[in-house]
Design a protein around this ligand. Sequence first.
Ligand SMILES: CC(=O)N[C@H]1[C@@H](OP(=O)(O)OP(=O)(O)OC[C@H]2O[C@@H](n3ccc(=O)[nH]c3=O)[C@H](O)[C@@H]2O)O[C@H](CO)[C@@H](O)[C@@H]1O
Ligand SMILES: C=C(OP(=O)(O)O)C(=O)O
Length: 444
Amino acid sequence: MEKIIVHGGKRLSGSVKIEGAKNAVLPVIAASMLATKGTSKIYNVPELADVYTINEVLRYLNTSVNYEKKTIMVNAMADLFTEAPFEYVRKMRASFLVMGPLLARVGHAKIALPGGCAIGSRPIDQHLKGFEAMGAKVTIGNGSIEARVDGKLKGSVIYLDFPSVGATENIMMAATLAEGETVLENAACEPEIVNLAQYLNAMGAKVSGAGTGRVTIKGVHELCGAEHRILPDRIEAGTYMIAAAITGGNVLVEDTDIKDLRPLIAKMRDMGVVIKEEAKGVRVIGNDHLQAVDAKTMPHPGFPTDLQAQMMALLLKANGTSVITETVFENRFMHVEEFRRMNAAIKIDGRSAVISGPCDLQGAEVAATDLRAGAALVIAGLVAKGYTKVSRLHHIDRGYVDLTGKLRALGADIERVSMNDAEQPVVSTEEALQGTLSINPKFA
Ligand SMILES: CC(=O)N[C@H]1[C@@H](OP(=O)(O)OP(=O)(O)OC[C@H]2O[C@@H](n3ccc(=O)[nH]c3=O)[C@H](O)[C@@H]2O)O[C@H](CO)[C@@H](O)[C@@H]1O
Ligand SMILES: C=C(OP(=O)(O)O)C(=O)O
């Protein structure tokens, strides 16, 4: 069992480099299975537990995957196996993204019901509605979802009830090899969807409109491996921007794309943080008198739910009352209880959290309840009095490359340590199981 131990009180300074986006690379790796010819070469791949997980899923499905120095080579020319193993799907929800490619290419997929971070029930009805509209027969039973189509999928007009990122990606991938044209309405507009569409088009697909609410996909006969670069991780960038701001620091966040960070930048500027665009990235200069603001999570280009917990950490130090409303996930306030252990004054009122700042944060033993909650607790620890010890780090490893090392390089007093058994916190069976399912020894 490992913990991150932070001793609060240091101002961050210097520069930090941002990795390729987790949420872009996972669908891109899944999409590589659509190629019946050639090898795909994917650059700027972050070294994350989730990447190892999806690589293992693809290997299990008889795809060759080689991962070295931030580059992945995928060759999917062999016959594919169509049943995705339970242990990977329950560990990472994005494993479900293999369903669209398998269905399009082989006409069959059987995948265990997906798991992932505990942030709400996260149904997949919109993915399935899309596959059914394209002619697939979907059955659910014994903890798995099976989809089958005789012959090829057929293009269709599909209206999503909510602009789901995963459903947009899964349906887009399925439609690339369908007969005729698919029009996806009320599609998600996230930058990661644009990145996926660019990759699909490089493979020979005909996808247009990605990044808008209406995506059109004209089916083609075959796709080939292609070269592709993963866009910068706007959530990792946002996490370091918030970390810099909360400490009143001065940090250059490098290798990022400022246009994808606009919803966060607008809020941070309202709070009094100075943010400048520079040739190499985004400079963040903190302010010791942060102002309270309200924020509401929304599908892109609204404020991202994946920065909600980190933003809450920042608002704990702002003067006045702030309200954060979470509209994307039904239960993404698990970090509130952990912040309270650190002396945070937060009340939950339905889908809103009311924060009375500034809080006199104190170091405490806390647990990462999900990936972004983990990062947010570390951020709060940067300004808490004394030591904050964050456990359940497997959540953080899903989405952050060397969070501890990067913060230490910026001047934080932080380390990652192995705790002996006597010091281990009690974990649920679910958590314990997750901890033993690691694929790469690095994350064991
Ligand atoms: C790997 C990846 O890219 N993960 C991101 C992706 O997750 P993911 O693709 O799972 O998120 P979705 O956009 O699908 O989910 C958003 C909301 O729609 C609901 N929903 C979704 C699908 C469905 O069929 N039915 C349904 O009701 C979900 O329960 C949730 O309340 O987008 C989320 C929203 O920006 C981010 O927080 C995740 O980091
Ligand atoms: C919720 C997240 O990821 P996932 O959809 O993979 O659980 C996230 O990246 O914050």
